[in-house]
Write a protein of this length. Sequence first.
Length: 237
Amino acid sequence: MRVLAIETATPLASAAAVDEDGVLAESVLRAPMHHLEWLLPAVEAMLGYLALSPDAIEGVAVSCGPGGFTGLRIGITTAAAWATMRRVPLLGVSTLEALARVAGVQGLVLPLLDAHRGEVAGALYRVAGDGSADCLVPPLVVAPDRLMAEVAAHPGPVLLVGDGLTRSAAAMRASLGDRARAGGPHLHPRAAVVGLLALPQLLRGDRVEPAALRPLYGRRPVAWPRQETMGGGGNPQ
């Protein structure tokens, strides 16, 4: 089963094609303010490189948050429109779970995205050796100290990954003490991981109706500055 995967919840946008053998191709661009104009041409170029027509795509997966408000709308709207027009199944995948899996490790993983305004988007996962993961702390958009209070209830070393570390690493490491394992702020959610997470579910027959797919914001919408506008609107500066 060939799956088109989309990740536009963060400034580092990506699109990928995956199947049961793994990743076929992936296109990545740091694209704040340019998700909308970049996404479809990137998908078309990727499929062209693979010598695949759009009809060769048998399922669609999209990163559904938490993330930037406008970026999420672009990715979800594009994925839903593709699934509707091509009559293929569609699934949404947690952006934070995709980021947790990018680390490629077992144990407790705390993916963190910079939500600005003194907050982070984060969730705590326990990743098993077989690749499965349990969500121990659900996605939240909160001040770092509030997130750390939730994480503290789960003992063991914790790997911290994602650009949420850029502003908050010192406070989080201080809160966790010697439990903290820094994976670095350079890791980002990837469309390839979104697709690989969705693939076994799509093969089982899981799907969501395009009109029912909604962004996951945590506790409130998160809008990163300097993102693109749609329909004359936009993120506040």
